[in-house]
Design a protein around this ligand. Structure first.
Ligand SMILES: C[S@@+](CC[C@H](N)C(=O)[O-])C[C@H]1O[C@@H](n2cnc3c(N)ncnc32)[C@H](O)[C@@H]1O
Length: 691
C-alpha cells in the first residue's frame, strides 16, 4: 500500500507496471522531460444528453476473434498492480548498481532497470509520433478509421480480417429463424407491416446478408407466404469501398431487388439512414451488427484501491521505416502525424500493419471527466474475493457501443429487435485487456454486461442473453418493449452454447473420423452435418476436400465445390478446391480458370499461384511454371508451402533440363549432315570435287 502511494507521488501518478517499474518510470519521465500533462479527450466525443435514463449499476461477464495479431506493444497494458504489493518484491528486485565479479572471472554490470520494469514495459525504441493520449484520440485509432474507410472486399478475401465465423451461413440461418418468428408473431397480433425492413450495420463483404436472403427466399418459397418479396434488406457500412464492392462482386446478384445500400458516417448514422430511406427510421423490424461494436470508441480503465485509472498510449514508428530526410510532424498534431504516416507507409505496404509500436500507461482519472461516467462499472467487493484481495480490476468502457445501441433502439419498430454478434470482454477482470488488430484495425472486444445494464435501465427495452455463451462467438439481443417474449426466448435458445455445439458436433466429428481414417463413418457424419447446415459453405468445403483429397472421388468433389461456390463465390479456398477437382479430372483449361479466380480474390496468397504452376507444368510450360513458383515462394513468407514449392521447382527444373537436352540433341542431329564434321565436310567436298 505504502509503496503504491509513494510511487504515485514520485511518478506524477503514472502507472506502467509494478511498483518497481514506477520507480524507474518516475526517473525516466524526469530525464525525458515528460511531466504530468493535460491528456486530450476522445476526439469528437460529445455527451449523450437524453441517452441515460435510470440508474445503471449492473455488472459483467466473458471471448473466435480473441486471437488475432495484437498491436506491437513496446510497453504493457497492465493495470495498476497487485502482485508487488508485499514490499518483498521491492527489496528483492532493486539491487544497488555495482560491478560483480563472477567465479569465472567475467565482469557483469547489473541491469539498469528492474526485472519487473523490463518484463512489463519492454524497451522503448522507435521514432516518437505521439505522446500519451486516450485510445480514441491516438494515432493507431485514427489509422484504424482510415483502414475501414479505405477498405474493400480484399481485406476479407486476402485473409487480413477473418470473416468465416459470421458469414458461414449458420449465423444467417439463426437470423432468419428470429425474423420469421417475429413476422408470425406480428401476424398473430394483427400488426404485420406490408413491407418489412431488415438493417445490417457494418455489412463488410455482404455474405451474411446474401445468405440471409438465400435462406429467407428458400423458406418463403416453400411456405408460399411471400416473406421474401415483402422484405427490404438495408446494407449499411462506414466504408464506401466495401459497399461498392458488394455491387462489383455480385454478392447480391440474385437479390438486388431486395437490397438497399446506405453509406454511414462514424456517428449519428440514424440521420444518414433518414436521409437515404426516410420511411425506414423507426420502422425496422430486425437490426444486425456483427463484429462492429468492437470497432467503436472505447477506453480501458482500471480500479485500484478505490481509485480510477485510464490507459493512455504513446505511439512510435519503427526506426528502420524512417528514411533519411524524413521528419514526422510535431507530436502534438495527431491528425497531421497520421496523414504523414499513411504517406510514408504507402511506399512500404508490407510494413503497413506492423509499423507502429505502442506503450501504455495508466494515469489517474476523474470518473466524471470520462464519457458516460454513470455507466462505468464500479467493481463490487465480490469481484476481487480471492487471494489477490487488492488486485487492480480492469474494465472496458465501451461508450461508443452504448451510443450506437441507443441509436439502434431508436431506429426499431415498437416490436423490433437488434442482434449483435461479437466477442465478449468479461469485465471487471484482473487480467489486462488486450488490443486486437486485424489489418490496421483496432478493437478490444465488447463489454456485453455494460450494454445489458444500459438497456435494462431503459423502460422500453428487453434484453436476451443465452443461458450459456458459446466459446468463440457470443451474441446479445436488445429488443423494444413491444417485441414478443417468444422471440426473445427463441434468441436465447438459438445463440446458446448448447445450440452451437449441437449444430457443430456432426461437422467436427466428421473431420475427426476422416483424420482417423474411418472413412465410411466420416461419410455418414458429413451427410448428417450437411442436413443440419445446408447453407454452410465452410462445411461444404470440408466435404469437398474430403472427397477430393482423401477419397479421390473427383466427380463428386467437383459437384460439391460448385454447390459451395453458389453459396460463397468470394472464397479463394473454394475456387482452389474447384480447380483441384478439374485438374485431377484432366481439365486443365477449367482448372486454370478456377485458380485464376482464386488469385484474383487473394493475390498475395501463394496457394493460387502454386496451383497455376501445376497447370503450366502439366502443359509442359516449365518456364512459366518456374516463374509462378518463384512468385509463390516470395509470397510464402511463413514458409507454409515452401517444401511443396521447392519439390515442384525441382520437378520443373528437371523438365526444363530434359527439354534443353532434347533440343540440344535435335540441334546435334540436324547439324550432323554431311558438312557437320570436318572429316565429312572434307569427304563431301572431295567427293563433290571428284565428281
Ligand atoms: C470487422 S468488420 C465486420 C464485417 C462483417 N459484419 C462481418 O462480420 O464480416 C467491421 C465492419 O464495420 C464497418 N465499420 C467500422 N466502423 C464503422 C462505423 N462506425 N459504422 C459503421 N460501420 C463501421 C467496417 O467498414 C467493416 O465493414
Amino acid at each position: 500500500m505504502g509503496v503504491v502511494g509513494a510511487a504515485l507521488g514520485a511518478s506524477s501518478g503514472r502507472y506502467s507496471g509494478g511498483a518497481e517499474a514506477r520507480v524507474g518510470q518516475a526517473h525516466k519521465c524526469t530525464s525525458s522531460g515528460l511531466g504530468p500533462r493535460e491528456v486530450p479527450r476522445a476526439r469528437g466525443w460529445r455527451p449523450l444528453g437524453g441517452l441515460l435514463r435510470g440508474s445503471l449499476q449492473r455488472r459483467a461477464r466473458p471471448g473466435e476473434r480473441g486471437g488475432g495479431r495484437s498491436l506491437e506493444w513496446a510497453g504493457s497494458s497492465r493495470g495498476p498492480r497487485d502482485d508487488v504489493r508485499s514490499g518483498m518484491s521491492m527489496t528483492l528486485t532493486e539491487p544497488t548498481p555495482v560491478l560483480t565479479e563472477t567465479p569465472m572471472g567475467a565482469t557483469l554490470m547489473p541491469p539498469r532497470r528492474s526485472i519487473s520494469d523490463l518484463v512489463t514495459r519492454g524497451t522503448s525504441t522507435g521514432v516518437l509520433l505521439q505522446d500519451l493520449t486516450t485510445i480514441s484520440s491516438s494515432i493507431p485509432w485514427l489509422r484504424a478509421q482510415r483502414y475501414w474507410a479505405d477498405a474493400g472486399l480484399h481485406v476479407f478475401t486476402s485473409g487480413e480480417v477473418p470473416y468465416g465465423a459470421t458469414n458461414s451461413g449458420e449465423p444467417s440461418r439463426k437470423a432468419v429463424e428470429m425474423y420469421v418468428a417475429s413476422l408470425r408473431a406480428a401476424e398473430q397480433a394483427g400488426c404485420r407491416e406490408a413491407s418489412s425492413y431488415v438493417l445490417e450495420l457494418g455489412t463488410g463483404c455482404g455474405l451474411f446478408a446474401k445468405l440471409f436472403l438465400d435462406q429467407l427466399r428458400a423458406r418463403s418459397d416453400a411456405a408460399g407466404n411471400r416473406d421474401y418479396e415483402r422484405t427490404t434488406y438495408i446494407v449499411a457500412d462506414y466504408s464506401k469501398g466495401l459497399l461498392e464492392d458488394t455491387r462489383k462482386s455480385g454478392v447480391f446478384a440474385a437479390h438486388e431487388e431486395r437490397v438497399r445500400r446506405v453509406h454511414l458516417p462514424t456517428r449519428d448514422w440514424r440521420a444518414a439512414l433518414a436521409a437515404a430511406l426516410p420511411e425506414a427510421v423507426g420502422a425496422i423490424r430486425a437490426i444486425h451488427a456483427n463484429y462492429l461494436l468492437d470497432s467503436l470508441p472505447f477506453t480501458i480503465l482500471s480500479w485500484f484501491e478505490g481509485r480510477l485509472f485510464e490507459v493512455r498510449i504513446r505511439t512510435r514508428l519503427r526506426e528502420e521505416l524512417l528514411r533519411p530526410g524524413m521528419s514526422p510532424p510535431p507530436v502534438t498534431d495527431a491528425l497531421a502525424s497520421e496523414s504523414w504516416l499513411a504517406e510514408v507507409l504507402e511506399s512500404t505496404p508490407e510494413s503497413a500493419h506492423t509499423a507502429l509500436r505502442i506503450e501504455a500507461e495508466y494515469l489517474p482519472v476523474e470518473r466524471a471527466s470520462l464519457p458516460l461516467p454513470e455507466l462505468i462499472p464500479r467493481p463490487t467487493p465480490t469481484a476481487a474475493t480471492d487471494s489477490a484481495a487488492h488486485a487492480s480490476l480492469q474494465v472496458l468502457h465501451g461508450y461508443g457501443a452504448i451510443e450506437f445501441l441507443d441509436e439502434v433502439l431508436g431506429a426499431l419498430r415498437a416490436d423490433g429487435y437488434f442482434v449483435t454478434m461479437d466477442y465478449n470482454c468479461p469485465c471487471p477482470r484482473k487480467e489486462p485487456i488486450e488490443f486486437q488488430s486485424y489489418g490496421s484495425s483496432v478493437a478490444s472486444g465488447v463489454n456485453f454486461a455494460q450494454l445489458e445494464a444500459f438497456a435494462r435501465a431503459r423502460p422500453d427495452c428487453q434484453v436476451g442473453v443465452p443461458t450459456e455463451d458459446p466459446t468463440f462467438l457470443q451474441a446479445r439481443c436488445f429488443a423494444r418493449g413491444g417485441a414478443p417474449t417468444e422471440v426473445i426466448q427463441l434468441f436465447g435458445a438459438l445463440y446458446s452454447k448448447e445450440a452451437e455445439e449441437r449444430i457443430e458436433a456432426a461437422h467436427r466429428s466428421a473431420k475427426e473420423l476422416a483424420r482417423e481414417k474411418y472413412y465410411e463413418a466420416a461419410r455418414w457424419k458429413f451427410e448428417e452435418a450437411y442436413r443440419l447446415q445446408p447453407f454452410n459453405w465452410n462445411l461444404l468445403h470440408s466435404i469437398g476436400s474430403f472427397l477430393e483429397n482423401t477419397l479421390r472421388e473427383h466427380d463428386a468433389a467437383l459437384e460439391v465445390a460448385k454447390r459451395a461456390l453458389l453459396l460463397n463465390h468470394l472464397s479463394p479456398e473454394l475456387w482452389n478446391l474447384l480447380g483441384d477437382c478439374h485438374y485431377n479430372l484432366d481439365d486443365t483449361v477449367a482448372a486454370e480458370q478456377a485458380y485464376l479466380q482464386a488469385v484474383r480474390l487473394s493475390p498475395c496468397n501463394p496457394r493460387g499461384h502454386a496451383n497455376l504452376a501445376y497447370v503450366f507444368l502439366r502443359r509442359g510450360d516449365a518456364a512459366e511454371a518456374l516463374r509462378l513458383i518463384g512468385h509463390a515462394l516470395a509470397l510464402d513468407r511463413l514458409g507454409e508451402i515452401r517444401e511443396e514449392l521447392l519439390g515442384k521447382q525441382a520437378e520443373a527444373l528437371q523438365v526444363r533440363r530434359e527439354h534443353a537436352l532434347r533440343h540440344k540433341n535435335y540441334e546435334m542431329t540436324s547439324r550432323s549432315g554431311y558438312h557437320a564434321l570436318p572429316g565429312r565436310v572434307f569427304a563431301a567436298h572431295s567427293t563433290h570435287g571428284r565428281a
